[in-house]
Structures are given as C-alpha cells and as structure tokens.
Unconditional design. Structure first.
Length: 303
C-alpha cells in the first residue's frame, strides 16, 4: 500500500484538479495488434492553479517525452484514499492506462535551493516503471524559473524521473554499480550512445553523479562529465539542458521503444573548471524524494 509522505509542510488549501491527456491516442488508432507499441501517453493532472504559460511549459515537456518514447504500459486499477502518497493527493478510483503525473506548486525550501522534486507513488509490477508520480515545483522559485528560462528544463528533467530515471527502476534490473566513488549506469543502449558522443572518457560508463555520497542511488548523470545535459542534478541559466541520445538510450534500456531522432544534438563535454556557469544555490540534487517504497501494482491482463 501507499504511505503518506510528510516532508511537505504546506499545500494549498484549494487545489485545482484538472486533467490533460497528452498525445492520447495520437498514434494508437492506426496500429494493429502486431504493430509497434504506441507512442507514450502521459496523463497530466494539476493539483494547483498554474498559469496558462506554465501549463504550456508542462505540455511542451510532456510532448517531448511522448515523441521520444513508445510503450504500452497496460491497464492498472487505482483505488487509493486521498493523501495516500503525498499530502494533497486526490482520491483515486479508476482504471488507468499509462503514466499518471500529478503536478503541483507548493513550498519546498523557500527561494533558491531545491527548485522542484518528484515522488514516485506507484510502479508497474511488470517492469518497475513508475505509473503514478508527483512533480512539485517550489512556489518560491517558479516565477524566477520562468523569467530565467529554465522552467522547461526543470519540468522535462522531473518528468524524466517520473518516467523511470530512478534507482527504483534501474537497480532491480542490475543496471547500476560502482559504489560510492564511481557509480555508473550499465545499460547497453546508454553505454553505446555514450561511446558515440564521449569517446574521450576512459572510466566506467555511464557515469552517475558521485558528489552526494549516494552511489548508484543518485539518479543523475555526473555533472562534471555531462555538464548541462538534461538529467544532471544542476540547472544552468543560459545553457540548453539538452535531451541527449544517451538519456534516450537509458530509456531504451528500461524497455521503452525510442525515437533517437527526437534527441538534441549533444556531445559529452567535461566542465574543465567552468562550473561557475551554474548559478549558486539552484539545484535539482536530491530532487527524487521517494522516502517510502512506492506501491507495486500489477497490470490488468485483458483476456
Ligand atoms: Zn533530478
């Protein structure tokens, strides 16, 4: 069962529950039973009032992932009381298909510091991929993220966690190792893409972040190696947060079908000491706040 997470001190008393189904059925209707899996569908539900502009950014992030990834998750039955996974989580009584992501704006740690966080509420019992997640944007940072032009990168990054860039997904598959000093992700597709774009690197690949002492449980590429790539644990004003073919390789290793043409152009380029391009005090480190094991839900097998 799901457990309440109590690390949030405040949530809006009045939250707005709306649902936006992104790319629903866009590619499904023409596919026969033997066709490729449909493009990913992400069901986004807002638990806080977001401006039209902010929702547009969320839609753009979801569109990026849905164009890149294809997967038939199956159907899942959700029967959860309100507040089961996180404070403010709505009651769920529905059969659902594909990932469900709640998006809210609330207090995390005040201005600066952590910009956003993700929680994984439930995963598929078939393949450990998340099927219910929450993305929370820090209410004291969301405006400045918009002004600085980094909101799209932050939301796309958090959606990456919500779609499976989590140790809870790759660790059960034995796709990570290296201990605290030199953690790495070992999926073959990600490694192949890394070799194409980072041949200069001679260490174990693909290097995960090693600055926070979490070993392979830190679900970010190593910042000193990847610099501004989307799935590093930092966000840099003026840099691109590119979605690389390496990250798409990661998702291929998890079982998604991947359209590599959606990737941004990207070459692995080490920092070489210019880390000062990251503004101090802005971070996505430790943004995966799953403090209790997510529920494991078996898909409904239609017969
Ligand atoms: Zn992150």
């Amino acid at each position: 069962m799901l457990h309440a997470v109590t690390t949030i001190k405040h949530l809006p008393l009045v939250w707005l529950l709306t649902s936006v189904c992104v790319a629903c059925g866009a590619a499904d209707s023409t596919l026969g039973p033997s066709g490729p899996p449909p493009h990913l569908t992400i069901d986004v539900r807002y638990l806080s009032p977001l401006t039209a502009e902010q929702r547009g950014v969320v839609a753009a992030a979801a569109d990026r992932w849905t164009r890149a990834l294809s997967k038939d998750f199956g159907n899942f039955r959700f029967d959860y009381a309100a507040n089961t996974c996180f404070p403010g989580a709505p009651q769920l009584n529905e059969t659902h298909h594909n990932p469900l992501i709640f998006i809210s704006v609330g207090e995390i740690d005040g201005a600066f510091g952590s910009l956003a966080l993700s929680r994984i509420c439930a995963v598929s019992g078939r393949d450990t991929l998340p099927i219910i997640s929450q993305i929370q944007l820090d209410q004291d940072d969301v405006y400045s993220m918009e002004v600085q032009g980094i909101l799209l990168g932050v939301i796309t990054h958090e959606m990456g966690h919500a779609l499976g860039f989590t140790p809870g997904t790759y660790t059960p598959r034995n796709l990570a190792g290296g201990g605290t000093a030199d953690p790495y992700f070992s999926g073959s597709a990600a490694r192949a893409q890394f070799a194409l774009h980072g041949a200069w690197y001679t260490g174990a690949t693909v290097p995960l972040e090693n600055r926070n002492g979490n070993g392979p449980n830190d679900p970010h590429w190593r910042y000193e190696v990847f610099r501004d790539e989307l799935m590093v644990g930092e966000i840099a004003v003026g840099l691109r947060s590119p979605l690389s073919s390496i990250t798409l390789g990661y998702f291929k290793d998890l079982g998604y079908e991947v359209d590599f043409s959606v990737a941004d152009s990207y070459e692995v380029t080490p920092l070489f000491g210019d880390g000062n391009r990251v503004p101090p005090g802005l971070t996505l480190a430790n943004d995966l706040r799953t403090t209790v094991p997510p529920a494991v839900v078996a898909p409904i097998i239609s017969r």
